[in-house]
Design a protein around this ligand. Structure first.
Ligand SMILES: [Zn+2]
Length: 273
């Protein structure tokens, strides 16, 4: 396990494991928040380090520009998670990788999933401008931001997604789910594993299954049920019949649909979302 603070590899690909968890958690918090762009015709991502995710409005801006020019666009950089930004910031502060400037996490345009760096920026300029992309200027000539009205600010939800992931595996060192990138959250991000948190799969919905679901995410729900006053003899990180019963008791007490499925309504009522 390599902590972000210890990564010396220059490519943001080295934090891809954590990135993928963050992106999945953001989309869990708000379904459809980020959508893929690698299925768009004539859109080519320069290498594996380029994330194929954007806000839907930015994806529309991109599709429009490509269809306007009728040519393949090569994207050198697009979305950067707060983990990727933390990595670049560390490199910059340590004089590594030839990075001459790197904003703190959340403060780069690339953290909003509505920015691109493109190959042949000059050739693309008029098509991009005609498609609601703003060129940043000569000091960063490859860079464009989609300025569509439907672009939203991602930072709070991106930070909250990280705080949730951290809390799943740190039952005794929980962060407030405030979406604020304060010193406590910044430190935890530095001490997060680049490969991602072990045994955390944001895309799975907790419920009684065969085989049984096991993991820190189950343990987190069990502790939250207890904290809510539901009796649960064993908090063993295994979603067995006792946990199923406890979830249903909790749902009944909160006037939620009693289905034993820990979906977003139940998670919110448990204080986990
Ligand atoms: Zn850029």
């Amino acid at each position: 396990m390599t902590l972000i603070k210890d990564v010396v590899d220059c490519s943001t690909y080295s934090v891809r494991g954590l990135d993928n968890q963050l992106i999945a958690q953001m989309n869990k918090l708000r379904p459809g928040l980020l959508v893929r762009i690698d299925d768009l015709r004539n859109v080519k991502l320069a290498d594996a380090a380029v994330h194929p995710w954007m806000q839907p409005a930015a994806r529309r801006c991109l599709a429009q520009a490509v269809s306007y020019r009728g040519k393949q666009i090569i994207i050198n950089s697009a979305y950067r998670t707060i983990a990727g930004q933390m990595l670049l910031r560390n490199h910059y502060l340590n004089g590594r990788c030839g990075i001459v400037a790197a904003a703190p996490p959340g403060q780069s345009n690339h953290n909003n999933a509505s920015a691109i760096d493109v190959e042949d920026s000059y050739g693309w300029r008029s098509a991009l401008r005609a498609s609601r992309w703003r060129w940043l200027g000569e000091f960063d000539p490859m860079h464009y931001d989609c300025i569509d009205d439907n672009i939203s600010a991602l930072n709070t939800i991106a930070v909250k997604a990280f705080q949730q992931l951290w809390n799943i595996v740190h039952a005794t060192d929980k962060l407030a789910l405030d979406g604020d990138f304060g010193p406590a959250t910044e430190t935890r991000l530095r001490y997060s594993p680049a490969e991602g948190f072990p045994g955390v799969d944001p895309s799975r919905i907790l419920k009684l299954t065969e085989p049984l679901q096991i993991g820190n995410d189950v343990g987190e729900v069990q502790l939250a049920l207890r904290a809510a006053g539901i009796t649960l003899e064993v908090a063993d990180k295994v979603f067995g019949p006792a946990t199923d019963k406890a979830v249903k008791q909790f749902q009944a007490a909160k006037n939620l649909v009693v289905d034993g499925v820990v979906g977003s309504g139940t998670r919110q009522a448990l204080g986990l979302d």
